[in-house]
Design a binder for this molecule. Structure first.
Ligand code: ATP
Ligand code: ZN
Length: 649
């Protein structure tokens, strides 16, 4: 019994369910009324039942109208309430019952379908497993996933979802990360690999050391960000809300004026009903919620309606090279020792200096140096953004970086140096010049590979109408152009300092372009901030990217950029269609009222239909096709290309 009471109470606390029961109730009363009148000819019962139906559905509407009126908001509910009460007063009980019932029914359908639109998120929520098996004192214990302690070892068997973020300590498995990155192909995980909560171990047995649990996992943060994004209002949405705020009172004014002129109270009340801006108010949010949901399904995090709208207008895309168009894992391809120093010594010095750097160019040098023997750390270190670094090692100053760094430090290259530099550049390698105490002692040539699928992604961007694709890089011309040619970019700006990147973005915007920027490093931060839309890749591993970029691609996949752009464009178009549907409906209905063809119940029916059409149109966005080329994964073999840039000569 108490169970039933609590269920009824629950039903009424939950707006969608309350609306459902009110719709059913008033619909039943209306049906009984129709039966009473046309079946049994009892007109009194008909009147009573219709009034009851109007009150049942109408009370909820009136309460909502009153609540918004108290905060000086003229709501759609207010229009409906005034119309329904007016209809009752003039004895039009059927109209009053029909209008309130239809409004309720429409409201319920609306809540329901909007819920489905948000369904994309549900898939993410379902990805979070509820329990975890942890090893405590060597024994497996089942605990709620959020109760796992940091550093504890979690056991994941084949077919299970991984319950925490963590690092694999033992075992191997193919892990499907589709829930997070939208990537259908499972990734191989071995000791040392990072895994995310919500991904599925398709085989094998893993032991994972928990690094993030519960609300701190990447999955939880993504869900939270998507929820926030779907709530955040787009500029056009705010505009419409302002418009509705002004529009609703004017419909009331119009109704009053119409009554004053025609003395036709029915006409006036019908105006209130058909003037409802319901479809208008919902036109943008439904598109945005659907668009953001669709993107989230593919591992594309769009941080709100505002960013979605701005991304939909992008016509120019700027990408940085290292780590974005390339793998960001350069190889040490050549070593040129000058002035009698041994290659091993040159590498040792450069590697020792680079131990202090986080730049992607530094890592392979350090690795190569370690292979020769242990490295010490420099006594002092200074990084020169966009140029390189200088370090003090055993009391001597080692500088490693590009030509600009040498020029800045006043180090001459000499004939031999110039020749070596040209040779590396013409091989498409990135030269790193190394100097000791102001003397050039050699050069290291680095080669980076273009990212898999980069060429297709760029081509696809052009297909969907991003007319201008530009590379902005701090790297030298030769290396930059080699990569640009390979991926099909014809506009290259190389040897840029961070502020040059910023300046170029500003200039493009000043020329009227809508610019999106994709970048990773600190040297991209100012340009990213200046762009209309900033895009970060591989965000699943980086909190910073998830938090700061307007669009975060959870996976390091350039193909997601055209997909994000296509979704944004489709959303913008969808919003416009919805606006047209809404405005045309209201205009048509108003014309119908003045020409005497539309009455209250019929007007409400058409109005509610227009709301549903707008929602259905919005939901089409959930089916925007994936951006990958036909045969998607086949691209792996289609992009067979030389192993390194250098090899292409
Ligand atoms: N730690 C470093 N060691 C050696 N050279 C460096 C280092 N950091 C930067 N440089 C030199 O400065 C140049 C510019 O670096 P910057 O970080 O601005 O751009 P990038 O990483 O080469 O390319 P992108 O702008 O495409 O990311 C590099 O190409 C390299 O020649
Ligand atoms: Zn970069």
């Amino acid at each position: 019994m108490s169970n039933l009471v609590s269920r009824i109470r629950n039903a009424f606390v939950h707006p969608a369910r309350r609306r459902f029961w009110l719709t059913v109730g008033s619909g039943g009363l209306i049906a009984a009324g129709l039966l009473a009148r046309y079946g049994f000819g009892i007109v009194e019962a008909w009147t009573a039942l219709m009034v009851a139906a109007a009150f049942l559905a109408g009370s909820d509407i009136a309460i909502r109208a009153w609540r918004s009126l108290r905060v000086k908001h003229f709501s759609i509910e207010l229009l409906v309430t005034v119309a329904a009460v007016g209809a009752l007063i003039i004895g039009e009980v059927w109209e009053s019952a029909a209008v309130t019932f239809l409004f309720m029914f429409g409201g319920w359908l609306e809540a329901r379908t909007m819920g489905q639109t948000r369904g994309a998120l549900k898939a993410l929520l379902d990805a979070a497993p509820a329990t975890a098996t942890v090893l405590r004192d060597g024994d497996p214990v089942e605990v709620p996933a959020h109760m796992v302690q940091l550093g504890e070892t979690v056991l994941v068997r084949a077919g299970q979802r991984i319950p925490v973020d963590g690092e694999v300590t033992e075992g191997t498995a193919a892990v499907s990360e589709a829930a997070i990155t939208g990537e259908p192909m499972p990734a191989e995980k071995a000791p040392g690999s990072n895994v995310h909560a919500g991904t599925i171990a398709e085989n094998g047995l893993l032991r994972i050391r928990a690094t993030n649990v519960g609300a701190d996992t990447t999955l939880a943060r993504i869900i939270q960000r998507v929820e926030e994004a779907q709530e955040e209002k787009a500029p056009s949405q705010r505009m419409i809300e302002r418009f509705a705020q002004w529009y609703t009172p004017s419909i009331i004014g119009l109704a009053v004026a119409a009554f004053a002129v025609t003395q036709d109270i029915r006409l006036a009340l019908t105006l209130l009903v058909v003037g409802c801006p319901g479809a208008l108010v919902i036109s943008t949010p439904v598109s945005i919620v659907a668009g953001i949901g669709r993107a989230a399904r593919s591992g594309i995090l769009i941080k709100g309606g505002q960013h979605l709208e701005s991304a939909g207008r992008i016509d120019t895309l700027a990408l940085d090279k290292t780590g974005t168009l390339t793998e960001g894992k350069p190889q040490l391809a050549s070593i040129v020792a000058l002035g009698g120093i041994a290659e091993a010594e040159l590498l040792h010095l450069a590697a020792t200096a680079e131990t202090g750097s986080t730049h992607p160019l530094g890592r392979p040098i350090v690795e190569a140096g370690r292979k020769q023997g242990p490295l010490s750390t420099p006594e002092a270190l200074e990084e020169h953004a966009g140029m390189g670094l200088s370090a003090r090692i055993d009391g001597r100053v080692i500088a490693a970086g590009n030509r600009r760094l040498m020029d800045t430090l006043g180090i001459a290259l000499g004939q031999e140096g110039e020749a070596a530099l040209d040779r590396l550049l013409s091989n498409g390698q990135t030269p790193i010049l190394v100097a000791r105490d102001g003397q050039l002692i050699g050069l290291l040539g680095m080669s980076d590979m273009a990212r898999e699928g980069a060429a297709e992604a760029i081509a696809r961007l052009r297909d969907i109408g991003i007319g201008r694709v530009v590379m902005l890089t701090g790297d030298q011309h030769g290396a930059a152009e080699a990569i640009a040619r390979e991926v099909g970019i014809d506009e290259v700006h190389a040897e840029l300092m961070p502020e040059d990147k910023l300046e170029l973005i500003r200039k493009m915007k000043a020329d009227g372009a809508h610019v999106a920027m994709v970048g990773d490093g600190i040297n991209d931060a100012p340009a990213l901030a200046a762009a209309d839309t900033s895009i970060a890749m591989g965000a699943a591993g980086s909190d910073v990217a998830i938090e700061t970029a307007d669009i975060a691609l959870l996976k390091d996949d350039l193909g997601k950029i055209p997909e994000a752009m296509a979704i944004s464009r489709a959303t913008l178009g969808n919003m416009r269609q919805n606006l047209v549907i809404a405005l045309v409906t209201v205009a048509g209905l108003l014309a119908g009222v003045f020409s005497g063809n539309v009455h209250m119940a019929g007007g409400m029916l058409v109005h509610q239909l227009s709301v549903l059409i707008v929602i259905a149109n919005g939901m089409r966005l959930l089916r925007v096709p994936k951006a990958t080329a036909p045969g998607g994964r086949a691209s792996k073999t289609a992009t067979a290309r030389p192993a390194t840039v250098a090899a292409r000569g």
